[in-house]
Design a protein around this ligand. Sequence first.
Ligand SMILES: Cc1cc2nc3c(=O)[nH]c(=O)nc-3n(C[C@H](O)[C@H](O)[C@H](O)COP(=O)(O)O)c2cc1C
Length: 195
Amino acid sequence: MKNTEDPLVLFSLWFQDALQVLPEQANVTSLATSSSAGHPSVRIVLLKDFSKKGFVFYTNYESRKAQEIESTPYASMLFYWHILERQIRIEGSLKKTSRKQSSKYYSTRPRDSQLGAHASPQSQVIPSREYLEERYNKFERKFEGCTVSLPKSWGGYCLEPQRMEFWQQCPRRLHDRFLYTKNSQKLWDRSCLAP
Ligand SMILES: Cc1cc2nc3c(=O)[nH]c(=O)nc-3n(C[C@H](O)[C@H](O)[C@H](O)COP(=O)(O)O)c2cc1C
């Protein structure tokens, strides 16, 4: 495994490798959040951007995950790229992206997805599939011939990493595990973990 002081550099290298072999799935990540009672929940989201500031995904701000993030603004992301035999765990605090950033990304989404964001009260109980279709049709009529606006309840979160762990499968189950933790000077400390 490449030795680097900066886990973002290593993440970027591994992500590029994943894009080569899994172009459609490289950005699929599990996102774990926790309720105020300490009960965890996990689901898949798509990583849409990453930089020194953190790891960005988009979602509904009234969803179950968003409610959990509101009470416990800390989360964990897990990437697993089976062909590469690599896993990356990221943990850190979450902040909403600016409305400007969310809007910029939203404008790049296919129109169907934009309408879907209006139609779907994500994670709420709904009466039926038809209810959803009707809502979709309603918003399709509403925005006919014009740009689909960004819903108030839709936007991004940025996970600012405080802990990142890289796992690479190796022979004899003696896998590599490199842990990066942010210290009080906001610099990264690196250590090796037993597999
Ligand atoms: C491949 C895949 C990609 C997904 N991407 C997203 C995403 O980027 N944002 C999102 O809110 N939900 C995404 N979902 C749906 C979530 O897994 C989840 O069902 C939804 O966000 C509601 O989760 P919650 O009730 O825990 O808030 C995706 C699901 C799959 C299977």
